[in-house]
Design a protein around this ligand. Structure first.
Ligand code: GLC
Length: 700
């Protein structure tokens, strides 16, 4: 049995890769950097300082931005005489919102890849394209917790779990920041669109610390240059004006040295609260900060020391990242070039999740079929996601139909039927060797509020799509359903009808090719769900997109399902493969550890099938005898391992007691309990698949 030991402390990997791979510029916080910041600050006039704290965009540009014609960066002023560069900011999480750039898969799809190295490469590619096109801040990643699949912007984030979000978001940050500043958003608890400007989100301190902010801290630890404050209120104040959230937690406790930038326009409403709360830059213009801050400074209501801190934070990141002749050596030909579009295809391959595959309906051997029938409006739609701020205009988009047709060439007849006429659909289906039905959501069903519908009205497929599945499956015994969308879709009504199901999310400009790679077996799917798929809406927490006050509980997603003993449709971390894997020999390198120590969990993973594949190995931890209520188990490690048929590898993942603490509201601090911790390792969060062992924590 060939054993290779794979070891990875998640965030370390991303930061290490970042430091080594791009040997170009150093973006470190150094004494020389700090000296330049202070020297520059000491030469600035009051007006120059004030101007730094806001964007310099005319309001009309907002309208163009809203209609998505905003093919320009959002700018902030520089100071020529002092060598202070301008800000040139641009969205977003799935690609650079300028010109014709690479449209990657959405964040949720990359979340489904569980591949932090891939996410680093995607970040690096986006950072390169942003810089080549003249931007120096990329307004991404979006790392909001997905607490309910109805959230219109679910597609932009990576999933429901803070640790998973933090690992993926940090990898992206380190990648982007090889070239430009990244901006982790939206801090914090932005989880609905319908009331995003007005809702007052309330939660207890433990929920804030353990669920809604740890992933932001992981991006801070990865060196993120900026954090964008959310539109919503948080405990009575606009999130970006909430001193506890911004100054106590983010800046003091997390040690964030960069700048807090407001979300656009509606994220500030009070000059003194914004400045004293901890906001540093108001975008896209200075309605409350910038020159609007002057009176508050003159009156002393905002101390000069706070203005100096705002400006120091801005200068520190500008000097850390923006070098003279910033675009020198950056080749615009690489923007949406072959290297990046190939990466987009790899992202779509690795983000697609195989949910069902009865009788090996997939992969299809194209040498053994004559006719394939493809159904559904989305099969021929360029469906890459929301038309809001995260939109990307790529030079082309490969639809599923095009990808399938290109793959099979002239040897196989591909019949396309939109599914508008049941009779015709049945006729097309019954004469085909296989039927592929593409269904799901579009930007009309979910997206950023203000640009379109916003939050989803339905959790299931459109009625006509369900009927199409029923019609086609009634006359063809080899049906494959491909779903597109940004979060879980209710499938209970029809999921027993097709033989195979794939969740493709919004698969980007190369999605059609990637889906064809999987359908015809050129790629073995390895994606796993970064969100729980519910059976019915009753299993979900209150969504609250019409609430004035949204009380947000500690539990959602797999934590909620575990706690309530609910049975999901598909569990968090679930995904099938064309091969099979066997887990065995879970071993901990110690059965007792001090609070400052670490335990290495080793598990053997064997490829017991006939094709090579990549397997996401997941590690969860449960708490035995805790004195407080705690989740049944929580994700605390994961990695991806490539295995050839018959190959076995030992995967090692570290568990540190410091990452198992709970927030003690009485002590107002983290507590590491001296109890027994159960380590679970396996292919997904559902208990029947998991191996377990345990260790005790005692002493320091
Ligand atoms: C928005 C979004 C934010 C985006 C910003 C700039 O309203 O909430 O994610 O970065 O505006 O487009």
């Amino acid at each position: 049995m060939k054993k290779v030991v794979l070891w990875c402390g998640a965030v370390f990997c991303a930061a290490f890769i970042g430091a080594v791979i791009y040997a170009g510029e150093s973006h470190e916080y150094t004494p020389a950097l700090e000296k330049r910041v202070q020297d520059t600050l000491s030469q600035m006039t009051l007006n120059e300082k004030l101007a730094q704290t806001a964007g310099k965009e005319p309001v009309w540009k907002l309208l163009r931005g809203l209609t998505n014609n905003g093919d320009e960066t959002w700018d902030g002023p520089g100071i020529k005489r002092l060598g202070v560069p301008q800000f040139f900011m641009i969205d977003g999480p799935r690609g650079v919102g300028l010109a014709k750039t690479t449209a990657f898969t959405v964040g949720m799809s990359r979340g489904a890849s569980w591949d932090k190295d891939l996410e680093y490469r995607i970040g690096e590619a986006m950072g390169y394209e942003a810089r080549a096109l003249g931007a120096n801040v990329l307004l991404a990643p979006c790392i909001n917790i997905l607490r309910h699949p109805s959230w219109g912007r679910a597609q932009e984030t990576y999933g429901e779990d803070p640790y998973h979000l933090g690992v993926m978001g940090s990898a992206f940050v380190v990648g982007v920041q090889q070239h430009v500043m990244a901006c982790a958003k939206h801090y914090a608890a932005n989880n609905t669109e319908g009331n995003r400007f007005t809702v007052d989100v309330k939660m207890d301190e433990r929920t804030l610390r353990e669920i809604y902010t740890p992933h932001f801290k992981m991006t801070v630890d990865a060196g993120v240059a900026s954090i964008m404050s959310a539109y919503n209120y948080f405990d009575g104040d606009k999130a970006g004006q909430n001193h506890h959230l911004i100054t106590d937690v983010l800046k003091n406790d997390f040690g964030f040295k960069g700048f807090v930038v407001s979300d656009w326009v509606n994220a500030t409403n009070n000059t003194i609260k914004a400045a004293n709360g901890g906001m540093d830059v108001e975008m896209p213009s200075g309605a409350h900060l910038g020159m609007s801050l002057k009176r508050a400074i003159k009156s002393g209501k905002v101390p000069m020391s706070r203005l100096d801190d705002m400006v120091a934070r801005i200068l520190r990141e500008k000097f850390r990242f923006i070098t003279p002749d910033f675009q020198a050596g950056y080749d615009k030909g690489k923007v949406a070039g072959t290297e990046h579009t190939a990466l987009a295809r790899e992202a779509a391959q690795k983000g697609t999740v195989l949910l069902k595959n009865d009788n090996n309906a997939l992969p299809i051997d194209k040498s053994r079929v004559k006719t394939i029938a493809v159904f559904g409006k989305l099969a021929s739609a360029k469906n890459i996601g929301d038309r809001g701020s995260s939109d990307v205009h790529s030079p082309y988009i490969v639809t599923p139909l095009q990808g399938i047709s290109d793959k099979v060439g002239k040897d196989v007849m591909v019949v396309y039927n939109q599914g508008l006429n049941p009779g015709e659909a049945k006729d097309a289906a019954k004469n085909a060797d296989a039927a592929i039905i593409v269904v799901g959501m579009t930007y009309k069903d979910e997206g950023e509020g203000g640009y379109g519908l916003g939050d989803r009205l339905e959790l299931g497929l459109h009625k006509d799509e369900v009927q199409l599945i029923k019609d086609v499956c009634s006359v063809n015994s080899r049906c494959i359903v491909i779903m597109e969308g940004g979060a879980a879709i209710t499938v209970s009504e029809w999921k027993d009808l097709p033989e195979a199901m794939l969740m493709a999310w919004y698969p980007g400009m190369e999605g059609g090719n990637a889906l064809a790679d999987i359908i015809f077996g050129d790629v073995n799917p390895s994606g796993k769900l970064p969100v729980t798929f519910h059976k019915n809406a009753d299993q979900l927490p209150h969504f609250g997109n019409k609430d004035k006050v949204l009380k947000t509980d500690y539990y959602h997603g797999y934590r909620l399902f575990d706690k309530k003993g609910l049975d999901p449709e598909y569990p968090f971390g679930f995904g099938l493969s064309y091969t099979t894997y066997k887990y065995s020999g879970l071993k901990l390198d110690k059965k007792s550890v001090g609070k400052s120590g670490k335990v290495i969990a080793g598990v053997d993973v064997a490829n017991t099938g006939k094709v090579a594949g990549e397997e996401v190995v997941e590690l969860y931890v449960g708490y035995k005898g805790s004195k407080v209520d705690r989740p049944v188990k929580e994700l605390k490690g994961f990695t991806k391992v490539a295995l050839k048929p018959g190959e076995t590898k030992t995967v090692s993942l570290e568990v540190k007691p410091e990452n198992l603490a709970y927030w003690d509201v009485d002590k107002n601090g983290w507590v590491i309990e001296e109890i027994e911790y159960v380590v679970y390792a396996g292919p997904c969060s559902s208990a029947k698949d998991l191996l377990s062992d345990s260790f005790k924590v005692s002493g320091l």
